[in-house]
Design a protein around this ligand. Structure first.
Ligand SMILES: O=P(O)(O)OC[C@H]1O[C@H](OP(=O)(O)OP(=O)(O)O)[C@H](O)[C@@H]1O
Ligand SMILES: [Mg+2]
Length: 179
């Protein structure tokens, strides 16, 4: 285990099993319909890569990049769009793919701007949910794991841009961000 990790919260095998289940539920929900998955960069890349291979219906993918955390462990509350979608989404079924919902600020902002583009439907799947930290109410359609209020890294999630490569979700040692 990496020295900066206090303990593993979700191990590799548990992640893979849950991602497969989510892929099946999503496939069943959209079977026979149009589907565009929108991955929110950068945190969701690993989840997205595994999720699309667990979905057994035809679909397209696109990416948006946002940033609200910078180098800290608290949401700045200001969400910046660093990259937008490549194509219009009017009339399409959109599934936003997130790695984590914490304060809810990122998704609140994204949902508001994507709704204005008049998709046929707009749903959300997140790998992790930290309900105790929510600052705004968000309706989430599929959640991989509900987790306690600890700063986590790995499987795409970073602290100060590092640790995205860890194959598990781990709780970061607080002295890493307090020092
Ligand atoms: O619910 P919130 O409090 O808004 O937090 C969730 C968002 O924060 C992280 O993104 P970040 O801004 O760190 O960008 P990154 O994905 O590039 O790491 C994470 O990937 C989510 O998109
Ligand atoms: Mg981040």
């Amino acid at each position: 285990m990496d020295d900066a990790i206090e303990r593993v919260l979700v191990d590799e095998q548990t992640l893979q099993q849950r991602v497969c289940e989510l892929g099946q539920r999503i496939s069943d929900a959209y079977r026979g319909q149009d589907l565009l998955l929108v991955s929110v960069l950068k945190g969701s890349i690993v989840f997205m890569a595994d999720l699309i291979r667990a979905i057994d219906i035809p679909h397209e993918i696109d990416f948006m990049a946002t940033s609200s955390y910078g180098a800290g462990t608290q949401s700045s509350g200001v969400v910046r769009i660093l990259k937008d979608l490549n194509h219009p989404i009017e009339g399409r079924n959109i599934l936003i793919v997130e790695d984590i919902i914490d304060s809810g600020n990122t998704l609140d902002y994204l949902v508001r701007i994507l709704r204005e583009r008049r998709p046929a439907s707009l749903r959300i799947v997140t790998l992790l949910d930290k309900p105790d930290r929510r600052e705004v109410d968000i309706h989430v359609d599929w959640i991989g794991f509900s987790i306690p209020n600890d700063f986590v890294v790995g499987y795409g999630l970073d602290y100060n841009e590092v640790f995205r490569n860890l194959p598990y979700i781990g709780i970061l040692k607080p002295d890493i961000y307090r020092s």
